[in-house]
Design a protein around this ligand. Structure first.
Ligand SMILES: Nc1ncnc2c1ncn2[C@@H]1O[C@H](COP(=O)(O)OP(=O)(O)OP(=O)(O)O)[C@@H](O)[C@H]1O
Ligand SMILES: [Mg+2]
Length: 137
């Protein structure tokens, strides 16, 4: 188990670098955490480290955003908050994305738990009483 503690927004960049160094070969990463815990914020920080120049925003209405990293690789950002049925994920081609070998960053994975690949890296983002975030994976 790894824990990365983030005391303020200023530490996000360093936290994102540590995280990317720590995930090994994982390509499908599921971010669990309460509303407002900081999932989108952390994904933005990861995309910054990867040199994504596109706007990184929660794809709440369209479920998926596609970005391009500095090295040319695609990065997929999913938000399943509003999904009502797992079939909606299938309809947007979720399985093709997650088995593509490209980096997939997923918010609200609990709503599509049944179709997450077995090797999905599960990450918890928690908020402490003092507002610090802890990223556990
Ligand atoms: N590490 C952090 N330190 C301080 N504030 C943070 C941190 N991460 C996120 N926040 C703040 O928390 C708020 C919510 O963040 P964010 O939108 O990333 O949460 P979320 O988990 O994606 O929420 P949702 O469940 O609605 O998708 C934002 O105002 C953001 O600036
Ligand atoms: Mg979000």
């Amino acid at each position: 188990m790894n824990d990365i503690r983030i005391e303020s927004l200023k530490e996000l960049g360093e936290a994102a670098r540590l995280f990317l160094d720590g995930i090994g070969e994982s390509r499908v990463i599921a971010f669990y955490g309460a509303m407002g815990a900081g999932k989108t914020t952390f994904i933005k920080a990861l995309c910054d480290v990867l040199g994504v120049e596109d706007d990184v925003n929660s794809p709440t209405f369209n479920i998926i955003n596609e970005y391009r990293a500095e090295n040319g690789d695609a990065v997929y950002h999913f938000d399943f908050y509003r999904i009502e049925k797992v079939s909606e994920a299938m309809d947007i081609g979720f399985e093709e994305y997650v088995y593509s070998g490209d980096l997939c960053l997923i918010e609200w994975p609990q709503n599509i738990e049944q179709i997450l690949p077995v090797d999905t890296l599960k990450v918890q983002i928690s908020v402490l009483d003092d507002g610090c975030r802890v990223v556990t994976f």
